[in-house]
Design a binder for this molecule. Structure first.
Ligand code: ADP
Length: 191
């Protein structure tokens, strides 16, 4: 299996690039943010819980997120692989993912980390707010909070995959097509 963690701060382009990767490699796309938003829309118990954290720019608690992710993975029968978008966001999530995948006789192949500097992220998120309808994109204070949470809690996850020699940094500045090409070549040379 080809299991990719597509990593990067909010607004780095994970969702956009995921679409390109699933098309080329036939992977299943699992975005924790998308699953939470679908639950909010359907007003499920999980959605109600997640909403309070998401609207404040905070992480949904690990236990809730990990259980949700596991139940999404097992919905797919004999997939070619997964692209994890927005997960893992903490070291505890990364550890849980490793253990869970080991139980399925597979593992993470590669972490591809999109690198984009902070001012560019803020510009992109405010622009996305114009059409995304996401409350967490519309408020500059919530954007600040999400970037701070990324720096404090999520960025350390890079070291987890660096230690396993699975980490590849990708320049996330340029046209969408240019960045896609960088991701394709990273996958093709490292896999
Ligand atoms: P972005 O990458 O632009 O922040 P996402 O859709 O990935 O957008 O995430 C939106 C929100 O969903 C996060 O700010 C967080 O509240 C919640 N969330 C998504 N993934 C996770 C996760 N792995 N752990 C905890 N919370 C998460």
């Amino acid at each position: 299996m080809l299991n990719i963690v597509l990593f990067g701060p909010p607004g780095a382009g994970k969702g956009t690039q995921s679409e390109r990767l699933i098309e080329k490699y036939g992977l299943v796309h699992l975005s924790t943010g998308d699953v939470f938003r679908a639950n909010i829309k359907d007003e499920t118990e999980l959605g109600n819980l997640a909403k309070s954290y998401m609207d404040a720019g905070q992480l949904v608690p690990d236990e809730v997120t990990i259980n949700m992710l596991r139940s999404e993975v097992v919905k797919h029968d004999a997939p070619k692989g997964f692209i994890f978008d927005g997960f893992p966001r903490t070291n505890a999530q990364a550890q849980a993912l490793d253990e869970f995948l080991a139980g399925l006789q597979t593992e993470i192949s590669l972490m591809l980390a999109l690198e984009v500097e902070e001012n560019e992220l803020k510009t992109r998120l405010l622009k996305r707010a114009e059409f995304s309808g996401r409350p967490d994109d519309a408020d500059p204070a919530v954007i600040e909070k999400r970037i701070a949470v990324y720096n404090n809690e999520t960025a350390p996850v890079k070291a987890f995959y660096q230690a396993q020699h699975k980490f590849v940094a990708i320049d996330g500045i340029g046209s969408i097509d240019e960045i896609t090409q960088r991701l394709f070549s990273a996958i093709d040379t490292n896999n």
